[in-house]
Design a protein around this ligand. Sequence first.
Ligand code: ATP
Length: 241
Amino acid sequence: TTRSPLLAVDDLHVAYGKVEALHGVSLRIDAGRIVSVIGPNGAGKTTLLSALMGLLPARGEVHFRGEAQARIAVEQRVGQGLCLVPESRELWSEMSVEDNLRLGAFHRSRARAAELRADLDEVYALFPRLRERLRQAAGTLSGGERQMLALGRALMGRPQLLMLDEPSLGLAPKIVREIFHIIATLRSRGVSILLVEQNARAALQVSDYGYVLETGRVVLEGDSRVLANDPRIVESYLGLA
Ligand code: ATP
């Protein structure tokens, strides 16, 4: 028997006014997997994540943990374990690192203080740099530290599915490697991840399965290792670098 996937997206259409940005996207994510969506600028990657989060109206079917999402509001999706880390990171820049992390757990109203403390310690173990800066205002962090904080804050919500929009954007290669190392660590802890990236090489290295999105359509999909060797991917996305 096949278990139902954690997330199933079927024929998703999203439009901005009269202009359709997604023309019938279908994908699935099984629990415990990292699935990447790669594609060029303007392909519709951010639009896809926004629609899955419930931030944009969409036509088509989305099932999360077996439940149809059409009538489910953003806050409820968060409560059910869907978490989006947007490209803009959306941190509270005046607040400290630790307060930002604590706010990541805001919807876990029944969690005990000790449990939150343990989760904070776990985040600090993953990102020692955040512990060193726990009282520093988020707005004063470097780009890499901000991405770490955004990831850590997301983890404080104990998500079932973590959706990451371009986590490597604007970061130095060394920090990018660090971030992808963390993503791999999360997978080994059973966190499921939908990873949207322009850095196709890194995304395919860390993910189990990948989709290629071009101008609002999935043009190719497959096991990440197979995709990474597909001549079309090599030519268009991996180049000689
Ligand atoms: P990028 O990597 O540049 O963020 P992307 O793959 O995430 O690209 P989207 O941002 O989802 O692509 O954009 C998909 C298409 O929808 C683009 O043609 C874009 O111009 C359009 N679009 C995005 N946001 C809006 C908006 N708020 N209003 C109108 N059109 C939009």
